[in-house]
Write a protein that binds this ligand. Structure first.
Ligand SMILES: CC(C)(COP(=O)(O)OP(=O)(O)OC[C@H]1O[C@@H](n2cnc3c(N)ncnc32)[C@H](O)[C@@H]1OP(=O)(O)O)[C@@H](O)C(=O)NCCC(=O)NCCS
Length: 203
């Protein structure tokens, strides 16, 4: 897979060296954005979030990333979580508390001769929190972070059958760039979608 292609592929390709270290526990309060109405905060992921993130990953994807992939991307510029704050802790069959993480997005930036390319590598919302605007919010926050990190264009890959995610991406201005046959291990093609961040910010 080309370096610029990301997102939900078979092999976890996402384990790349992060190009920038913006996220992190110490600065989380300054960088976070709080939704006053619902008490959901979108903030940089910290190590303490990783088990909850991994649990969501396993619950929504048939071919989840390994835990180590998230660990290695912890400092990526747009690894954000939606933190429910006062939400109840739920403990799964594996005995791991999900904490307050309701969803996450992982995005990073690859230098590209002055036209840096952002990648939304992964995005998911906990099944019981889907359909309530969190996915859109996470996506938008990640795009802002990727713009701050220098990206001018953002790409992502999405399964051909994932109409829900495609609708969200198209609604935010992503356009289909190309189709990659048999991109996923089960043979499903991927659409590569791209967004010009300048237009997005202007719009
Ligand atoms: C895709 C995903 C992240 C969206 O998050 P979400 O919180 O459920 O989505 P939102 O509530 O923010 O909705 C955003 C948009 O998605 C689309 N959408 C949401 N639910 C939908 C549904 N049931 N059917 C079709 N489109 C839907 C709509 O365009 C919606 O915008 P609108 O509410 O203004 O109409 C989430 O459904 C998810 O985690 N899915 C499983 C993992 C996944 O497929 N990730 C994407 C990999 S490429």
């Amino acid at each position: 897979m080309a370096a610029v292609l990301i997102n939900r592929s078979t092999v976890p390709p996402r384990v790349t060296t992060p190009s920038r270290a913006v996220s992190g526990g110490e600065d989380a309060d300054e960088e976070s954005v709080r939704d006053g109405d619902r008490g959901v905060e979108v903030r940089p992921a910290t190590r303490a979030d990783l088990l909850a993130v991994y649990r969501i990953e396993k619950s929504v994807f048939a071919q989840p990333w390994p835990f180590a992939a998230f660990e290695k991307l912890l400092d990526a510029p747009a690894f954000l979580v939606a933190d429910g704050g006062e939400a109840e802790l739920s403990v799964g069959a594996d005995g791991v508390a999900a904490g307050d993480v309701l969803g996450y997005v992982v995005g990073d930036v690859t230098p590209n001769h002055g036209r840096d390319i952002g990648h939304v590598k992964d995005i998911a919302v906990r099944p019981d929190a889907q359909g309530d605007g969190l996915g859109r919010r996470l996506l938008r926050e990640s795009l802002r972070e990727l713009a701050v990190a220098g990206a001018t264009v953002v790409k992502l890959e999405v399964r051909e059958s994932n109409h829900r995610a495609q609708t969200l991406y198209a609604d935010e201005g992503f356009e289909p760039a190309r189709r990659i046959p048999r991109y996923y291990a089960d043979g499903e093609p991927a659409f590569v979608m791209a967004l010009d961040l300048g237009s997005w910010a202007g719009g």
